[in-house]
Design a protein around this ligand. Structure first.
Ligand code: 13P
Ligand code: SF4
Length: 319
């Protein structure tokens, strides 16, 4: 505990000295989430992380999350320096959607609007008409349908399938997935539900369709946290990265949150429901980057100009 406090004191002093602000995702280590809150930064979903960083007067943003979140911050705030505890923190959706191949796919259907999930590189965003996060994907796709558009959707096929099912949109889909959410098993959920019949089931839409079908609420991290607070249930089975329990427990301290099973027999494993890239963010790497400033995000100017257009569209639409 003393060691943790020593890290927190040093990090807090450096954030102040450098006019920096810590922006953390709900999946990061609870110690980073609490530090972000204590130092005037924020803990949020990917959409609100982007908005918070843009509105904050700090000259340096330290983004605790995965690389696309740092890139988004830089694209929106070229005048600010954007650092991350480690630039190695990527995302399976980003890895599974290389710009050249995605661009060739899009080129085959020039009549379709290209909608990409925020979990992509700056280069893939630069090829898109719209960027969405799971908080706003349904609303934006409905808006595009009202305009009579047909779509290309990338890269998460599970989120895409969910949106397609809810809206009836005409979507051609890229075949990407999240290695964390893909592991949740509907069979295990049904077994757990038999043990806790009054529990509400909360599911992030990056999960497979069979999970979504069992859910009481499907939503982004912030939407799942809101449901945990607003619903009258005392017990919740939660299918997303376990980092989210920090905020759920903080906002609903009397309620009980249970990890959704990743195995067919109701069993969970330590490394499941835990994004390996989010887990790269820790006190040590955060302190190191504030001392060395060596994990900095840069985005090429030409790319930035193009990627800014669909990102701004998303922020304007949701403001
Ligand atoms: P949210 O936009 O819901 O925070 O999700 C980001 C993410 O990476 C989920 O795996
Ligand atoms: Fe990417 Fe999945 Fe990790 Fe979210 S949880 S950052 S989608 S790999």
């Amino acid at each position: 505990v003393e060691e943790i406090e020593a890290y927190k004191t040093k990090i807090t002093a450096l954030l102040k000295e450098k006019n920096a602000c810590l922006v953390a995702h709900y999946y990061t280590d609870p110690v980073l989430q609490s530090l972000a809150e204590e130092t005037g930064g924020c803990v949020a979903d990917s959409l609100e992380m982007a908005r918070f960083g843009s509105n904050h007067p700090a000259s340096m943003l330290v983004v605790a999350g995965v690389r696309f979140m740092g890139e988004t911050a830089k694209i929106l705030n070229p005048e600010k320096r954007v650092l991350m505890p480690t630039l190695e923190a990527t995302c399976s959706l980003d890895i599974g959607c290389p710009e050249q191949e995605f661009s060739q796919f899009c080129d085959q259907y020039p009549e379709r609007k290209v909608v990409v999930y925020a979990n992509t590189s700056a280069a893939v965003k630069a090829r898109a008409d719209w960027v969405v996060t799971s908080s706003c994907a349904l609303d934006i796709v409905e808006h595009l349908m009202d305009q009579g558009e047909s779509l290309i959707w990338g890269p998460d096929r599970h989120l895409g399938r969910y949106i397609e099912r809810e809206t009836g949109a005409d979507m051609l889909m890229w075949n990407g997935s999240c290695i964390v959410h893909e592991e949740f098993k509907a069979k295990g959920i049904s077994e757990l539900k038999a043990v806790y019949p009054d529990a509400a089931i909360l599911v992030h839409p990056e999960s497979p369709e069979a999970m979504v079908e069992l859910a009481d609420v499907v939503g982004s991290t912030s939407q799942l946290i809101k449901a945990a607070c607003d619903m009258p249930n005392e017990t919740f089975i939660v299918a997303t990265d376990k980092g989210i329990f920090y905020k759920m427990q903080q906002l609903a301290p009397t309620k009980r949150f249970i990890e959704a099973p990743t195995g067919g027999n109701g069993a969970t494993c330590r490394s499941c429901a835990l994004c390996p890239w989010m887990a790269m963010n820790g006190l040590q790497s955060l302190l190191a980057v504030l001392e060395t400033e060596d994990q900095e995000i840069f985005v090429d100017d030409g790319l930035r100009d193009k990627a800014l257009v669909p990102l701004r569209r998303m922020l304007d639409f949701t403001s």
